[in-house]
Write a protein that binds this ligand. Structure first.
Ligand code: PLP
Length: 368
């Protein structure tokens, strides 16, 4: 038997082999063949059925935080087993309530915090999915290659095609962001405020490089702080050379796992308006073979262009699906990005769009 599907060793021995054969006759093949057959554990050590001792670095895939067979844990479980093992969700017990109270206290979620006990990671994910649905927002983001469990809802989030494909169709509404460090991405973001310039590096899973006009670097504080990030500076006085330089630097950075972010409208646009979406960002993506991800953000509600005083409130951010750029034309791909972002802006901030459509901004790109 091989344990290769685990990527781990396949340990053999007379008792181990016999058990593995019995396992294969009766256990459903929902997971790869077991790497070893374990008999018991103590602290950070486990023993297999052939009597070999191991240091347990896996710890039940990082869940046995208390090790194996700690006397206090054994005593607590034994004492409870002598009273009640299961009561269903029609009842509760003093122990269940004390457990929930303790979790609320330890996690610091405050008086409105509530506990939902689950038996497995997948059930916790299912609960999170249901909670997310209750917000009324239909989309869920997960990462390619991520593992979230094998129940139908959790599987929709799990980003491994080999696990998902046999069980399609999946629960709808989940989108997967790429995580391959070699996979470049061009983020194309709505621009209403300096807020998103600072926010995006904080919320994205990769380092970001901004494509910026050179002059911004000389603004006190702002220019100095963004100047220390990875940057692609455009010299607008030399347009053709500028684009070649953007592609060159963009490719180099994306090869290092850095994502490139651009504001296709070129400048901060007032709330309720849209700027002219230039197709440099989609051209760059196509040249580099990278997908584009549109992002809508309603920051002008709280921090509009050139306003020193900021208003408290909620900024909504919506991250769109990755759109492959291979075989696309820069202009038509940018139209798709623009349509997605602007429709999303209307959905997120309807007050700002009384006619249901953005007004065309009179601001010129670059006229910051
Ligand atoms: C990150 C992550 N989420 C969810 C799960 C699913 O947990 P369970 O196997 O308990 O259902 C796992 C399991 O390995 C996991 O690693």
């Amino acid at each position: 038997m091989s344990g290769a599907a685990h990527g781990g060793p396949s340990i053999t021995g007379p008792e181990t082999d016999a058990l593995r054969e019995r396992f294969a006759r009766v256990a459903m093949r929902s997971a790869p063949s077991p790497m070893a057959a374990l008999s018991h554990g103590r602290g950070a050590r486990v023993w297999d059925v052939d009597g070999r001792e191991y240091l347990d670095f896996l710890a039940g895939i990082a869940v046995n935080a208390l090790g194996h067979a700690h006397p206090a844990v054994v005593e607590a479980i034994s004492a409870q087993a002598q009273r009640l093992v299961h009561v269903s969700n029609y009842f509760t017990t003093p122990q269940a309530v004390a457990f929930a109270e303790r979790l609320v206290r330890l996690t610091g979620v405050g008086e409105t915090g509530r506990v939902y006990p689950a038996n497995s990671g997948a059930e916790a994910i299912e609960a999170a999915l249901k909670l997310a649905r209750r917000t009324g927002r239909p989309r869920i983001l997960a990462f390619e290659q991520g593992f979230h469990g094998r129940t139908m809802g959790a599987l929709a989030l799990t980003g491994k095609p080999a696990l998902r494909t046999p069980f399609e169709p999946m629960v709808p509404g989940v989108e997967h962001l790429p995580t391959d460090p070699q996979q470049g991405v061009v983020l194309l973001c709505k621009h209403q405020s300096t807020y998103e310039t600072f926010l995006m590096p904080a919320i994205m899973p990769r380092a970001l490089a901004y494509v910026f006009k050179k002059e911004l670097l000389s603004i006190p504080f702002f220019g100095w702080s963004i100047g220390s990030l990875d940057m692609i500076h455009i010299d607008r006085s030399q347009r053709a050379a500028a684009f070649n330089k953007v592609v060159q630097q963009g490719k180099r950075l994306m090869d290092q796992g850095v994502w490139v972010i651009m504001f296709p409208e070129g400048t901060r646009i007032p709330r309720g308006e849209k700027g002219k979406y230039r197709s440099g960002g989609t051209r760059l993506a196509i040249e580099c073979g990278a997908p584009v991800i549109p992002i809508a953000v309603t920051s002008a509600k709280c921090w509009p262009r050139k306003a020193f005083i900021k208003k408290p409130g909620i900024v909504d951010i919506s991250i769109g699906p990755a759109i492959p750029s291979v075989g696309r034309k820069p202009d038509e791909l940018m139209r798709e990005v623009e349509a997605w972002i602007e429709a999303e802006m209307v959905r997120l901030d309807p007050e700002a769009y009384p006619s249901g459509q953005p007004r065309l901004s009179r601001l010129k790109p670059g006229g910051d």
